[in-house]
Write a protein that binds this ligand. Structure first.
Ligand SMILES: Cc1cc2nc3c(=O)[nH]c(=O)nc-3n(C[C@H](O)[C@H](O)[C@H](O)COP(=O)(O)OP(=O)(O)OC[C@H]3O[C@@H](n4cnc5c(N)ncnc54)[C@H](O)[C@@H]3O)c2cc1C
Length: 425
């Protein structure tokens, strides 16, 4: 089936980041050739690049994203492991301090692969080029919608300028998140450790930290804040910020770690979801994917996985497509919007808990917060709730799975208890 051209001769993809690569893999079985256009020069080794300034910061790949990529490009998981990804077992190799407690340590039956964003991209690019009918033209910026293809995917990311000209309804959250990150060599005591550590604050506290075990037995450490309280970008300030986190685990690792890069900053003012599915006037046979549709608060680690989810929906639509490609947009955009919706609602719940986040709170927001908190508490006590929470958060199951079944009943019981505690106060 690969490259048979059942649906057309040429497909174009603008942007060769994660969304562009996933899009190319989704298109490859149905078009004779898939041509990608990328403004940056693409090196033949994993290197940070200008067009993806976020690639210096921790990028976690959710389990749902890994599965989607494996389905699009069989052999991805093996390729990531061969390139040095760290396999982190959930939750034996994970220490997550969430608000006021450590998440329980249990075997959830899942593992996640951790590496730097340049390394993820490098492996994916190699796998996609091995499909045989995909070519990448690097150093080729695209200034207007290209012509000459049967279908064109726009994967130009958060800073997109092509689709920015198209009017579409939007949901926007003013999140004002600041990232500071650097790569470190581990001190002798921690060498070989594959522990992923996260310190997730209780709003309105906004100090957030991540230690990610990446390739070459290095750490990529990211510290975050919200609003005007930026994380310092000098090493002493970075270390002092870690020392002030509610748990010592990140500071402890930082103390004797040797920096391999300077501390680099990135600021994200807004999370943005563009509703192209609601009748935006896109040029015929031009489709958005990835961050062009929805870009989230990155602390939830969703963007690459959502891009892979969009691509999977595109492939499924194309696999069953008969007739003119003009109709693909409506079918694909509705399905891509559902992928974005789940990720968006998980992240927005937490973002909106911060009183300074600009955005519309739903009328039942208080009850939603109580429900989310009840699930977090129930997960500490009950393995089945912890597994379900992992599966929903990792985009393996729809969020509706939390509304029925035994785990949902345990959450409901915890919610009733929380209601009782509130009444006693
Ligand atoms: C600080 C930060 C941390 C993040 N952490 C995570 C995380 O932990 N996990 C996760 O899954 N996601 C994370 N993300 C999100 C993630 O980076 C993106 O969601 C994901 O990479 C998909 O992006 P994309 O491919 O749509 O866009 P991008 O990765 O931005 O790629 C766009 C590509 O298009 C190219 N391009 C742009 N304009 C043109 C043009 N006119 N012509 C040709 N080429 C063009 C660019 O050079 C680039 O290669 C994070 C984001 C940020 C900002």
């Amino acid at each position: 089936m690969r490259g048979e051209g059942r649906l057309g001769g040429r497909a174009f993809v603008v942007g060769a980041g994660i969304a562009g690569l996933a899009a190319a893999a989704a298109l490859a079985p149905f078009f004779e050739t898939v041509e990608m256009f990328e403004k940056d020069e693409l090196a033949d080794s994993p290197r940070p690049r200008k067009g993806v300034p976020q690639d210096l910061h921790v990028h976690t790949l959710l389990k749902g994203g890994e599965r989607a990529l494996e389905s699009l490009i069989p052999g991805t998981r093996a390729g990531l492991l061969a390139a040095g990804a760290t396999e982190v077992r959930q939750t034996e190799d994970v220490s997550i301090w969430e608000r006021d407690a450590w998440q329980a340590t249990r075997d959830l039956g899942y593992s996640q692969l951790m590496m730097s964003r340049p390394a993820f991209e490098h492996v994916l690019r190699r796998q996609v080029l091995q499909l045989g009918n995909v070519v990448v033209h690097d150093r080729t910026p695209v200034e207007s919608f290209p012509v000459g293809a049967d279908l064109t995917l726009i994967a130009t990311g958060r800073g997109d300028r092509l689709l920015a000209r198209i009017e579409a309804p939007e949901t926007v959250l003013g999140i004002e998140v600041s990232y500071s990150s650097a790569r470190f060599a581990k001190s002798a005591r921690f060498r070989g450790e594959r522990r992923f550590i996260a310190c997730i604050p209780q709003p309105p506290d906004d100090r957030y930290g991540l230690v990610c075990p990446i390739e070459n037995d290095e750490w990529l450490i990211t510290l975050c804040s919200r609003f005007d309280d930026g994380v310092p970008d000098d090493l002493d300030g970075f270390r002092a910020y870690a020392e002030a986190l509610p748990v010592p685990d990140i500071a402890e690792r930082l103390r004797a770690a040797v920096p391999l890069t300077p501390v680099r900053r990135y600021r994200i003012a807004e999370a943005r979801w563009r509703h192209f599915e609601r009748g935006a006037c896109l040029p015929s046979r031009v489709l958005p994917i990835g961050d062009c549709i929805s870009s989230f608060n990155p602390t939830f680690g969703q963007g690459m996985s959502v891009a892979a989810g969009h691509a999977l929906e595109l492939r499924d639509v194309l696999a069953n497509w008969q007739g003119s490609l003009d109709g693909v947009a409506a079918a694909y955009l509705a399905r891509a919007a559902e992928v974005s919706r789940q990720a968006w609602s998980l992240a927005a719940m937490v973002d909106l808990e911060y009183p300074r986040t600009k955005g519309e709170r739903p009328p039942n927001f208080g009850r939603l917060v109580t429900g989310t908190d009840a699930m977090r508490r129930a997960a500490v006590m009950h393995p089945e709730v912890q597994r379900l929470r992992f599966e929903i958060g990792n985009l393996l199951k729809p969020d509706s799975a939390a509304r029925s079944g035994p785990a949902a009943r345990l959450v409901a019981r915890e919610m009733a208890r929380a209601g009782g505690r509130a009444r006693e106060r």
